[in-house]
Design a protein around this ligand. Structure first.
Ligand SMILES: [Zn+2]
Length: 158
């Protein structure tokens, strides 16, 4: 049986007891058969002014991690992955993020054997904004901003 949420966000969608809701964001709180409308407190959906210059792609990758191509058995190399042959018989593995196009690369041992001691090096797109450690760019802050920008999509999937 599908799980029934105890509340859901509604914007122009019906809340069972109140019919169609229009205008400001509101929460439809459902308890059993009963439901009530409650407005979302003013300001809670305001976007973070310190993150306005950050693109949706950068925000998503910083909050949720990059979308690196994954190597799978019995498949061709995935889109966004390529190997460059080095002169010594090793390879450079290059991954390109499917969302923001950042690349990370690392060398293998000879014959293309994975080298656990190799480090990734990263190349960011020109538009990427780099932050300093004192910018207070916590994962929680980034995820909160992402949830606001994604509000409509999240609501539709509820
Ligand atoms: Zn990315």
């Amino acid at each position: 049986m599908a799980r029934v949420p105890s509340y859901r966000l509604v914007t122009g969608v019906g809340c069972p007891s109140k019919g169609i809701v229009r205008g400001p964001l509101a929460v439809c709180i459902i308890r059993g058969e009963a439901s009530i409308m409650a407005r979302i407190p003013t300001g809670i959906m305001t976007l973070d002014p310190g993150l306005t210059d950050i693109s949706d792609e950068q925000l998503a990758c910083m909050a949720e991690g990059h979308d690196w191509p994954k190597l799978r058995l019995n498949q061709v190399a995935p889109k966004g992955f390529r190997a460059v042959r080095n002169n010594d018989g090793s390879f450079l593995w290059v991954y390109t993020c499917n969302l923001c196009t950042t690349t990370r690369s690392r060398d293998t041992l000879r014959y293309g054997i994975y080298d656990h001691q190799a480090a990734y090096s990263y190349t960011y797109p020109k538009w990427w904004i780099h932050f300093k450690a004192d910018d207070d760019m916590t994962r929680a802050r980034l995820k909160r901003e992402l949830s606001k920008r994604l509000h409509d999509a999240i609501e539709k999937s509820a």
